[in-house]
Design a protein around this ligand. Sequence first.
Ligand code: SF4
Length: 225
Amino acid sequence: MNPEKMVETMEREALKRCAPVYKLKNRLSDPFKILVGAILSTRTRDEETLKALERLFSEIKDPKDLAKMDVKSIEELIKNVGFYRVKARKLKELAEVIVKEYNSKIPENFRELLNLPGVGRKVANVFLTEMGYDTIAVDTHVHRIANRLGIVKAKSVEETEEELKKIFPRSLWRRVNRAFVGFGQTVCKPQKPLCSECPLSELCKKVGVDAKTSMHSSAESLQRG
Ligand code: SF4
């Protein structure tokens, strides 16, 4: 299967199965909200990210508002996301830096982004992708699926990012993260991948996939009718 067809297949399945990642995309409008959303989303389900993001942005509209808030109030608004205490602290620091050093405008440069509080490689890449730059943001879904499929053999997300950039043409990079994440939320799930229903099953090497878990998903499909 060529890379474009693979991405299209994942997108189609994810959309058909209403992957939460697409709901999140539809709510992201301005750069600051995109960056905050990317930070909130680490180690958190998209449904929960969305709730926290909506609550936070019902109280603020820009980095200045966030910089003025105290950490406890931020914690209260985002407490449904993973590591909310650390994230609340980092968000306040981030807002202060953006106001003071960047005149409230988010830099669109990978190195500068990495220097911001709370921003790591994945968050920076998600942000740049959303802003229209060609890059591949690799999170646990992307890393897991690429390795299960056998298209990469990588131990770290950084290695996976490097390998995927060689496999997928640049014109597809911006679509890779959302396609893989949506597919990982609905078909190639972490614990029980639905291999029996997967359109990529024939080409997939199923590296590290437990056969019993796969069979379990077949039984589930039969029960669902
Ligand atoms: S066949 Fe199974 S392991 Fe391979 S991509 Fe599909 S769901 Fe994932």
